[in-house]
Structure formats: structure tokens, C-alpha cells
Design a protein around this ligand. Structure first.
Ligand SMILES: O=C(O)[C@@](O)(COP(=O)(O)O)[C@H](O)[C@H](O)COP(=O)(O)O
Ligand SMILES: [Mg+2]
Length: 415
């Protein structure tokens, strides 16, 4: 029986097969280690090896990953298809983003990117609608769709929440969105919030003649999430929102199945992503988190504001490009730009990220000097102008609410 050890997982002449998942890592080796040794360890510990020499049956090595390229601090690893359970994202991540992130053999290691092969990628459902929501739900034409989160984040009563929705929708916005930490608390219970907000939505649709919708946060343990998804469908909602990172991918996959039964779209909030991706040379990149979110089936995903807003972003434009790109026929994903946005930042935002987007502003709407309705009108006007290639200053002459917003915030990035 052949013995396997770390060296057996390194082959710089190896050409990955089309059926293999290919991952790129940034590796900072420990002081007593060289890159080749570290690369073998990464491939070994993320597939089927360990620190001790093992006597194994020949076929077992078919499941061994191969470190097949080293380029500076970049290590590329190819994973055989049979290593993975089809359609099981938690298992895939336990391989490629598991123990290796804690190995002493490396000072820092970051999973930067993955090339998803067809067999593995298509074992996941992908999004039901993706960017198609702009047409299929909103008839938004070429403009970005817009959303607002009532602020303060939590603490508003159900009535206040729904009223803010009405004012935002009649001010021209497409979506009301719950905040990531608003679920089913006593001050604003889920069931009441759902029914009252959708009632206000219906009123706003009648008055504006435009389709409006609600990103209601169903985040909870999986059993309660499925109950809430059913409730949304029962009451005529089109969307559910899920905190995908804090819920975990297995729960997301279960919610995706249930949403398919009801034809509901999924808005993915990424709260806690920064725990994985903020330190630039360690963890799991937002690019990979976005890839996983698409495979698991969310239609919309927060990907940042191209550094225009209040939160740190990792390459919003590059991640968005990947979310639009072909992935073995799976649907694309609509990126969501959010976090410190206000009307004055919209022209630059659209310049940097294009119009195939959802633009969310909470403080940038409800902080308007004249209140939510005026703030909504200002954001909608800014988005319409940007999509039409119209100068925002000229638009502000026609829309006083926009002029007021620009006067208050200019084009500054909040901190
Ligand atoms: O709570 C907030 O901060 C927001 O509701 C934005 O509010 P404002 O519009 O008032 O800033 C969103 O959760 C962040 O945008 C999430 O970050 P990201 O989009 O980067 O995932
Ligand atoms: Mg929020």
C-alpha cells in the first residue's frame, strides 16, 4: 500500500481536469516553511490528507487535491469532483475553507477565487430570477431598481414601519427592505409587519400605478424561516430577505427550495461577511462568498458601493461582473449597492457600477430634511437622471426634493 504525505499533494506539472474545482489561495508561509511545502499542506488538509504518513489503498488518492501552481504568494489547487457531495455547499466549504485557515504551516491564508466546474456548479439551483427581477417584477426598463430600509434600524412599531413604506413607495421607490437585525421582535412582530406593510404596498401601487414590493426579513432557524416563507407567499409577497452568512448555507439552500415552490425571489443580506473578508490577506474573499450565494440561489446580493459609501468594500465592480457572467447556464444575480448612499452619490455610483443594479438608501432617504417621502422622491429622481444620462444638477432644478438632498449632503461619502 502506498504511503501518502504532504509532498504527494504537490505537482506543478499537473493540468486540472474540466470536472475539477480550481481554487486560488493567497498564502503567507510560516517562517520555518517554504511555499512548496505549504502548498502541499493546503491541498492535503483541504482534501484527504493529514500530517502523518498514511498507508492507503490506491483509489483513495483519486480523492486527493493537487497544488498545481505557485505564483508568488498565489497557490492554485485542483479538487477532484468525487471529493464533493453534489449540491451540498457546507461540505464543499468544509473542504476549501475549512481547517486550512487555521494551519500553523501558514501565517495567513485567504481563499481568493474559485473556478466552478459544470458538474459541481449545476448540482446547485442558482437563482430563480437574478437580474430578471427588474423586468419580471418591476418593469424598471434601463434604470436601477431602488430600495429603502426604514431607519432607525429597529425599534419602530409595525404601524410606523408600514407607514414609512407607504411614503417611500409613493415617493417613487420600488422596494421597502427590512434591516438585517429586524426579524420577529415584540415591538414589530413579523406577521403583523408583513400584512400591514403589504396592505400599504397595495395602496401605493393603486396610487402610483407602479409595481412595488417588500424585502421582508425571514431570518431565523430553518423551521421558522420556512414558516415565514410560506406566510409571505400566502399574503402575496414577491420576495423574502435572508441574512445568508449568519443563517448558514444549508439553511439558505432549504429556503431556496421552498421559495421555488412559491416563485418567491430571494434578497441576500451579507451581515457578518466582513468577519471572513475584511482582513485582506486572510479568510474568504467576498468574491467567493458571492459565488457561493449565487450557486445557493439568491437573486439579489449586497456587493458594496464601489467605495462611495460608509462601509469597506472589496472590488464591487469585479464581483458584480462575475455575478453577471455565464456560469454553466445558471441565472445571474442582481447586485445591491447599499451603505451610506444618498442621492448626491448616485451619478458616480452608476458611473462606476452601471445601471444593472439595486440602489438602497436608508439614512440617505429618511435623513432627508423634509422626511421620507421627499427623500424617496430625491433618490428616485437621482436614479432616473443617472440612468437617462441626465445631469443631476439639471434634474434638481425640476425636483426640489433632490435639490434639498444635494444641498444637505452634496456628494460626500459618510463616515
Ligand atoms: O444597516 C445598514 O447599514 C444598511 O441597512 C444600510 O443603511 P444606510 O443606507 O442607512 O447606510 C445595510 O445593512 C448595509 O448597507 C449593509 O452593508 P453592505 O451593503 O455593505 O452589505
Ligand atoms: Mg442594514
Amino acid at each position: 500500500m502506498p504511503g501518502i504525505n504532504y509532498e504527494d499533494f504537490l505537482d506543478l506539472d499537473y493540468e486540472p481536469r474540466d470536472s475539477e474545482l480550481v481554487c486560488t489561495f493567497a498564502v503567507e508561509v510560516a517562517s520555518d516553511m517554504d511555499m512548496a511545502d505549504a502548498a502541499g499542506r493546503v491541498a492535503s488538509e483541504s482534501s484527504n490528507g493529514t500530517w502523518a504518513e498514511l498507508q492507503v489503498e490506491g483509489s483513495i488518492t483519486d480523492l486527493s487535491a493537487t497544488a498545481c501552481a505557485i505564483d508568488g504568494n498565489r497557490v492554485t489547487v485542483a479538487y477532484p469532483d468525487a471529493l464533493f457531495e453534489e449540491g451540498n455547499m457546507a461540505q464543499v466549504l468544509s473542504c476549501i475553507a475549512g481547517n486550512i485557515l487555521g494551519m500553523k504551516a501558514v501565517e495567513r491564508i485567504r481563499l481568493l477565487d474559485c473556478e466552478w466546474p459544470e458538474p459541481l456548479a449545476t448540482s446547485f439551483p442558482g437563482p430563480q430570477f437574478g437580474t430578471g427581477v427588474r423586468e419580471e417584477i418591476f418593469d424598471a426598463g434601463d434604470r436601477p431598481i431602488t430600495a429603502t430600509v426604514p431607519k432607525p434600524k429597529i425599534g419602530l412599531s409595525t404601524g410606523q414601519h408600514a407607514q414609512i413604506g407607504y411614503e417611500a413607495w409613493t415617493g417613487g421607490l420600488d422596494l421597502l427592505k427590512d434591516d438585517e437585525n429586524l426579524t420577529d421582535q415584540a415591538f414589530n412582530p413579523f406577521a403583523d409587519r408583513l400584512t400591514e406593510s403589504l396592505a400599504q404596498r397595495d395602496r401605493a401601487e393603486d396610487e402610483t400605478g407602479e409595481t412595488k414590493s417588500y424585502l421582508v426579513n425571514v431570518t431565523a432557524d430553518t423551521r421558522r424561516m420556512l414558516e415565514r416563507v410560506d406566510m409571505v407567499a400566502e399574503h402575496g409577497g414577491e420576495y423574502v430577505m435572508v441574512d445568508v452568512v449568519t443563517c448558514g448555507w444549508s439553511a439558505v439552500q432549504r429556503v431556496r427550495e421552498r421559495c421555488a415552490e412559491h416563485g418567491l425571489a430571494i434578497h441576500a443580506h451579507r451581515a457578518m461577511h466582513a468577519a471572513f473578508d475584511r482582513v485582506p490577506d486572510h479568510g474568504v474573499s467576498m468574491r467567493v462568498i458571492a459565488q457561493v450565494t449565487r450557486l445557493c440561489g439568491a437573486d439579489q446580493l449586497h456587493t458594496g458601493t464601489a467605495d462611495l459609501g460608509k462601509l469597506e468594500n472589496e472590488d464591487s465592480a469585479g464581483i458584480n461582473e462575475w455575478l453577471y457572467s455565464d456560469l454553466h447556464g445558471l441565472n445571474d444575480v442582481l447586485p445591491v449597492a447599499s451603505g451610506g448612499l444618498h442621492p448626491g452619490l448616485v451619478p458616480e455610483l452608476i458611473d462606476r457600477l452601471g445601471s444593472n443594479l439595486c440602489v438602497q438608501a436608508g439614512g440617505g432617504v429618511h435623513g432627508h430634511p423634509d422626511g421620507t417621502h421627499a427623500g424617496a422622491k430625491a433618490l428616485r429622481a437621482a436614479v432616473d437622471a443617472a440612468a437617462a444620462g441626465e445631469d443631476i444638477g439639471a434634474k434638481a432644478e425640476a425636483v426640489p426634493e433632490l435639490a434639498t438632498a444635494i444641498e444637505k449632503w452634496g456628494t460626500e461619502t459618510p463616515r
